[in-house]
Design a protein around this ligand. Structure first.
Ligand code: VAH
Length: 313
């Protein structure tokens, strides 16, 4: 059985739905620190678990006979700058808990998300390679860099089957992201439908690696179902899809909503975005487990606007 920690979050919400459709809803236990997503709470087994609480995580894994844990609970880049010690505590201790449960044989497999935030200003920005300089300048990025080192250590030294992806900014319409720097690329679609105008907190030329949720979920499932012998990376795989600027995104929205307008007022998140790459080389993921993204910017915009029109009409 599968346990998802942080199931009410942006990725967790869709991962839970997808995994339940594959494995059956009673084989996927959703959990989060609160019940902020009532649809999820009522659509299958749900437990309130603080991912920082080892005993709570361990007891749930034993009670439900969990063999695979998706650890999706974390404080993201913008929130992590406001609450550094809370971000370190949640992001690191939740990881140690699941790694140690796997080391002890209580569970068998772990998915843990890393991020393009693991890269910093000294990392090559264009087609950032799998193996390169990582000097992250955000608390969140530091937790991802150190988390990758621990995942690789627990695999190489202790045989733990932990798998990870360096997610780009993820765009989706089902659940809002929380506290990220790439969240502008979600908010903009909601505002385009609701008000026709968006006040963007990044400058128009800020190119960032992004991915549509459908592709992010596909990559996650493909990696977790891949033959362990095929995996040459046990820190975290680079994952690429589409890179674009807020201006590119606004222009793709305007092809559907010609009256849409945008203004740019960069805030503290501009410095975070400027420390990250503009595009990613994911050739190792392509070679090891046959990764390929499906959605273009145009296809993503069409799907996002169609779904949100239904939501707000
Ligand atoms: C954030 N969405 O903005 C997350 C992600 C690549 C960015 O880690 O912090």
């Amino acid at each position: 059985k599968i346990l998802i920690l942080g199931a009410c979050g942006q990725i967790g919400t869709e991962l839970t739905t997808k995994l339940r459709s594959i494995h059956g809803k009673n084989n996927v236990i959703a959990s989060d620190i609160n019940t902020r997503n009532l649809e999820l709470v009522h659509s299958g087994p749900f437990e309130i678990i603080d991912a920082k609480n080892f005993n709570a995580v361990r007891d749930c894994c034993i009670d439900y006979k969990i063999d695979t844990v998706y650890l999706m609970a974390a404080l993201l880049s913008a929130t992590g700058e406001k609450y550094p010690m809370e971000a370190w505590d949640l992001n690191m201790n939740s990881l140690f808990h699941v790694l140690n449960l796997a080391k002890d044989g209580t569970i068998k497999r772990i998915f843990w998300p890393s991020s393009i935030a693991v890269f910093g200003p000294t990392t090559p920005k264009v087609n950032t390679p799998q193996h390169t300089i990582c000097e992250p300048t955000t608390v969140y990025g530091i937790t991802k860099q150190v988390g990758e080192r621990w995942c690789e250590y627990y695999h190489n030294k202790l045989g733990v089957d932990v798998r990870s992806l360096r997610y780009p900014g993820i765009i989706s319409h089902k659940a809002m992201p929380g506290g990220g720097t790439t969240d502008y690329a979600v908010e903009i679609y909601h505002e385009a439908i609701k008000t026709g105008h968006y006040n963007c907190f990044l400058s128009e030329h800020t190119e960032l690696p992004m991915i549509f949720m459908e592709d992010a979920i596909k990559a996650t499932i493909d990696l977790m179902e891949a033959d362990a012998k095929a995996l040459s990376i046990r820190s975290s795989y680079n994952l690429a899809s589409i890179s674009f600027t807020p201006e590119d995104l606004a222009n793709s929205i305007k092809t559907h909503l010609p009256d849409f307008t945008i203004e740019y007022n960069p805030d503290f998140r501009q410095a975070i975005a400027d420390s990250w790459p503009s595009s990613i080389d994911d050739s190792v993921a392509q070679e090891d487990w046959n990764w390929s993204a499906q959605y273009s910017l145009e296809a993503m915009t069409a799907e996002m606007l169609q779904q949100l029109k239904l939501r707000y009409k």
